[in-house]
Design a binder for this molecule. Structure first.
Ligand code: FES
Length: 326
């Protein structure tokens, strides 16, 4: 937060303006520059930098075909015991990381890991449960103070995309695919993009070239992504859901079939029912129920929606269609 506050100060002290809760939805050519559509109005400019985590323009650029999102989990723990010094990451798969932080005058432990592709169904045991088990092995009396999870954009060749958005959109730039190294990579993106706008040569820009074709040469990752997309876009939509309405437990969700149509059902803890059309508003993939967070997640590019269909996470920016329950 110190870092972000300082960044905000840099912008506002130079007469820059920051608009929060304003989602950019489109960029179009306009006169000599561009018109950016947002949920709060239109902005015209000569240059546009798309730094929206997952790029929201599908075409051109096609970043959705070169990148996926990964979810990872974190526990903040009071170990009730003296902690190690340093920061560590395991060399095994799945990967776990260990670091310390100061919290209310105390040194606490942060344990992260249990990563998986966003939208692939998981459970408490495989996510936070795996981290808690690991902690208890070394710190049996530990107390869990907080837990959270986050998503990161992972390019197929594991190198961020920084530079021109596409060769057909001059003066539009992108910085994405930071692969969990956002604080560091965003600085690299700043330098490369600022140099490019100012017409300065940058010695490392070619490494991060956003229009490179290398990601598509990673055949294993490419195949995995295509198989997943074909399933979520076509095959899974043809399968009949196995779950019946009565089988859905309170505070849980699933896709069922109603009059030949797929419907996403969530029953809250009091068994009140919420129903959504379970197709992602990004490119239409079939969503899956995330029982850890109680959300609808997209296995294609990682968009997420709450149990009532409200969009939570990009690249989708529209809510799901809902059904009223009589
Ligand atoms: Fe792209 Fe859902 S995030 S189809």
């Amino acid at each position: 937060m110190h870092y972000l506050y300082a960044l905000c100060d840099c912008i506002t002290s130079r007469n820059g303006q920051i608009y929060t809760h304003t989602t950019a939805t489109d960029v179009r050519k306009y006169s000599d520059g561009y018109l950016t559509e947002t949920t709060g109005g239109r902005i015209s400019s000569s240059y546009v930098i798309v730094a929206s985590h997952y790029p929201f323009l599908n075409v051109p650029g096609f970043y959705f075909a070169k990148m996926y999102q990964s979810t990872s989990y974190l526990l903040a723990v009071d170990p009730k015991k003296t902690l190690f010094k340093g920061m560590f990451i395991t060399a095994t798969t799945p990967t776990y990381s260990f670091r310390t932080a100061q919290y209310r005058g105390k040194k606490i432990l942060l344990v992260g890991g249990s990563d998986h592709k966003t939208g692939i169904p998981t459970c408490e045991q495989d996510s936070y449960g795996a981290l808690a088990k690991l902690v208890s092995r070394y710190y049996p009396d530990a107390e869990i103070l907080a837990r959270w999870n986050t998503r990161d954009c992972i390019p197929l060749d594991k190198i961020p995309y920084i530079g021109p958005y596409s060769s057909t959109l001059p003066h539009v730039y992108v910085g994405t695919g930071f692969k969990k190294w956002g604080m560091t990579s965003s600085q690299v993106a700043c330098e490369i993009i600022v140099d490019s706008i100012c017409g300065k040569e940058n010695p490392i820009s070619s490494v991060f070239s956003s229009t490179r074709l290398q990601p598509l040469k990673n055949h294993t990752e490419m195949k995995n992504m295509m198989v997943q997309s074909v399933h979520s876009l076509f095959l899974d939509k043809l399968k009949r859901p196995q779950m019946q309405f009565d089988e859905i437990a309170p505070d849980s969700g699933s896709i069922i079939e109603v009059n030949g149509e797929k419907v996403g059902i969530y029953k809250d803890p009091t068994s009140r029912v919420y129903a959504v059309k379970p197709y992602c508003t990004h490119l239409g993939c079939l969503l899956s129920w995330n029982d850890v967070d109680k959300t609808w997640d997209c296995p294609c590019h990682g968009s997420r929606f709450d149990a009532k269909g409200k969009n939570l996470y990009d690249p989708a920016f529209r809510d799901l269609m809902t059904y009223s329950i009589d």
